[in-house]
Write a protein that binds this ligand. Sequence first.
Ligand code: 5RP
Length: 231
Amino acid sequence: MTTPASPSPLSQDELKALVGQAALQYVVPGEIVGVGTGSTVNKFIDALGSMKDRIRGAVSSSVASTQRLQALGIPVFDANEVESLSVYIDGADEIDGRGYMVKGGGAALTREKIVAALAQRFVCIADESKLVEALGRFPLPVEVIPMAAQQIARRFAARGGQATLRLKDGQPLVTDNGQHILDVRGLSISDPLAFESEVNQWPGVVTVGVFAHQKAAVCLLGTAGGVRTIH
Ligand code: 5RP
């Protein structure tokens, strides 16, 4: 799990469907499964529909995933109703050879971290384009309290990062939690554990999109040769 895989003849969408289907093997019958957010997870949710009568339900990390689960008739539990989950299945914007990830491209990073924290095992599903040597290529999403956005942007600037407010339809994007997202380019994240701990301490940061303390235990990577399982 150290070098990026070679390009695949399968489309990115097909690779996402491949790993979405493969993730079913990690779902424990009779239990509640933790479900992430994004286009890869959407493939997983669609596949989960085929075993909906064999699970109790799901805890979801976004309004979008909740709606998709419920449309398939899968019961969605509030995270407060659940003490622990065997598994949490989610995508990533980047994953490195140690299972450290950058997440939040879909703006759901805070709830993703909350649900992942309930789970004993994080299973990451991703197409091969997400595998990187070192985190930092993808602009780092950071959910922030709006009144702190500029001071947080200055802190990133002092570390060589350029933070921009994420927009939607010309307006600041508002997350499911009513907050804003900064996307930070130009960072070098050589020590993801220390980086995550440090940024989490900054006043006004709700969640930083580095998932190092809650890294993936398993990654199912969609490649030209099929699903590659990385532990
Ligand atoms: C959402 C996320 C997603 O997992 C991440 O953006 C990957 O999404 P996709 O599967 O659509 O590429 O972190 O906040």
